[in-house]
Design a protein. Structure first.
Length: 290
């Protein structure tokens, strides 16, 4: 992934150029976020951490200034004295923009972790089967370079570097530091440790595969336990409260001789539609991959 600065008003090239000029500022900012360098690597963002930190500060400053100028112009045109309010809003926008940019790599790394863990178990299972069949490790790694999504992409990088003549243990160690998934890191550590001590790689992978399967079963059990309270919340928010609330409102307003505004029904329908979309997306993100 190339250098990505979200929610920036400046063009990417201009922002990158300014970040390089103010690297010294970025170094000071980076000290407050020690995990930024690792998260950038895990998110595959090709930008030095000091430059990224400087870009975050520059982007936040530009956003804050833009909002302040926009609100100041509005206050002048409207004849309202709201410079103090504009300054507060601009400061909040700047702070939010800065934190959003700084934590953006962590968000990307979390998404990558989910994609990696979705196909990790079948990929490791294939490795174990091939190694037990007498296939060399390099050929076994090559065999999982397709059909397993993000996992295959990572194995492609590993195989490419090993094929270029780099030491297997060093390549696996570097990949484990770059990959955000702890489960995937365990797999690479097992292979690396087995190569270091000269033990059977298939036995080491079989052990980690058993652990991965247990973790997957535990995730499914936890997901099943979570569904009950979430289902209750859904019933309350999407069925009971709207139906009872509208009924009680109609009854009370009828006693008062007031008609129910039609906009209320439209607002309730809009809320229910948005809540349904949010809830379905939320449940989907919580569901473990099988």
């Amino acid at each position: 992934m190339k250098s990505v600065i979200p929610f920036s008003l400046l063009p990417p090239r201009a922002l990158a150029s300014l970040a390089k000029k103010y690297e010294a500022v970025g170094v000071s900012v980076e000290k407050n976020f020690p995990s930024l360098k690792a998260k950038l690597a895990q998110a595959e963002i090709e930008m030095p951490s000091r430059e990224y930190a400087a870009a975050a500060l520059i982007s936040a400053s530009v956003n804050a200034v833009f909002i302040f100028v926009l609100l100041a112009l509005f206050s002048i045109l409207a004849g309202i004295d709201m410079l103090a309010v504009a300054a507060v809003i601009a400061a909040v926008v700047g702070a939010v923009s800065f934190l959003t940019v700084v934590y953006y790599p962590q968000i990307i790394a979390t998404r990558r972790t989910r994609r990696l863990q979705d196909n990790l178990v079948p990929a490791v299972r294939q490795l174990v089967i091939e190694l037990k069949s007498g296939v060399p490790l390099f050929q076994a790694l090559t065999s999982v370079c397709s059909d397993y999504g993000e996992v295959s992409e990572e194995f492609k990088k590993i195989v490419k570097r090993i094929n270029a003549g780099e030491d297997e243990v060093e390549v696996l160690g570097e990949a484990s530091r770059r990959i955000p998934s702890v489960q995937f890191q365990k797999v690479l550590w097992q292979i690396s440790n087995a190569l270091k001590v000269g033990s059977d790689v298939s036995a080491a992978l079989e052990s980690i595969l058993s652990d991965l399967m247990k973790e997957k079963v535990d995730e499914i059990h936890r997901y099943g336990q979570e569904l009950s309270p979430w289902t209750m919340i859904y019933m309350m928010a999407a069925i009971i409260l709207p139906s009872l609330g509208i009924t009680m409102m109609i009854v009370i307003l009828s006693f008062l001789g007031v008609e129910v505004p039609t906009i209320v029904f439209g607002a309730v329908l809009t809320f229910l539609a948005l809540f349904q979309l949010f809830f379905m997306n939320f449940i989907e993100t919580r569901r473990p991959a099988l």
